[in-house]
Design a protein around this ligand. Structure first.
Ligand SMILES: *[C@@H]1O[C@H](CO)[C@@H](O)[C@H](O)[C@H]1NC(C)=O
Length: 260
């Protein structure tokens, strides 16, 4: 039975013989330099031990003579406290922590600058390219040159029914007109802005038909219309085209809107 837990142990030397008379016959106990007495519990007889670290009691009684093995006190060999060692290298980086709480709201910013004036038409891209597959001969009156196919007609700003480009976005536009002349006939066309001639496309009669073109830029207002007109007959004039090949093409696109 182990007496590992004793409330308080007092080390008392030279009491071994008087407290435990039967112990005189055992010479091996003479080497003990001290012994402990349990004294806090009055109902029990004190017990002498040599060391609190190692106690073995006999099997007959809890308070009979313990068989003690001498031990070496390690603390005797203990030297003085050493100096503090140098700081070690820092360890590996730890795991990423959890995100912190949301911060408080910042201060209200200053009032912004006045913006640019708005525009009812927000579409600042304008482009069209239309073709005509039918030839046209001059007559006694001015003829409106209409078109029957669209290569490009962004937002339908070129009206295929009226045959006119309608300016929804004021600004600077580029236009070009390309036709094929008719041999031995004159070629006489106008690029029109509203009801005014803006530019002429002209070629004298020739035995050889050729491609002829005109181009210009116009600073258009919203509501302006740009279209192509054939001059009335004084001398016979015409433009050539075929169903299978497109010879007559009218192009236009916005270069810079008036309001950005
Ligand atoms: C062209 O005609 C439209 C519609 O009548 C008009 O609003 C616009 O001011 C005209 N443009 C010019 C340059 O006369």
């Amino acid at each position: 039975m182990m007496l590992a837990i004793l409330p308080i142990l007092f080390l008392i030397s030279s009491l071994q013989a008087s407290l435990l008379p039967g112990e005189k016959a055992t010479p091996k106990k003479e080497t003990r330099r001290g012994s402990c007495i349990r004294c806090c519990d009055s109902s029990e007889q004190p017990v002498s031990i040599t060391s609190s670290r190692y106690i073995r009691m006999t099997s007959d009684s809890a308070y009979s003579l313990p068989k003690v093995r001498p031990t070496i006190d390690i603390t005797i060999l203990k030297g003085e406290k050493g100096e503090t060692g140098s700081t070690g290298l820092s360890g590996p980086e730890g795991k990423e922590g959890q995100p912190g709480l949301q911060g408080s709201n910042g201060r209200k910013g200053q009032k912004g600058q006045l913006g640019l004036p708005g525009n009812s038409c927000k579409q600042y891209y304008v482009a069209f390219s239309v073709g005509r597959r039918k030839p046209l001969h001059s007559s006694d009156y001015y003829q409106h040159v209409t078109f029957d196919m669209e290569f490009v007609n962004l937002y339908k700003h070129f009206n295929m029914f009226t045959g006119k480009f309608f300016c929804y976005v004021a600004g600077i536009y580029f236009f070009s007109l390309n036709v094929h002349t008719w041999n031995y006939k004159e070629t006489y066309l106008h690029i029109m802005r509203n009801n005014t001639e803006a530019a002429i496309l002209y070629a004298q009669p020739s035995e050889r038909s050729i491609m002829q073109s005109q181009s210009l830029m116009l600073d258009l207002l919203e509501g302006d219309e740009v279209w192509v007109r054939m001059f009335k007959r004084e001398r016979e004039n015409a433009i050539y085209s075929e169903e299978s090949d497109i010879y007559i093409i009218f192009n236009g696109h916005l270069i810079k809107p008036a309001i950005e």
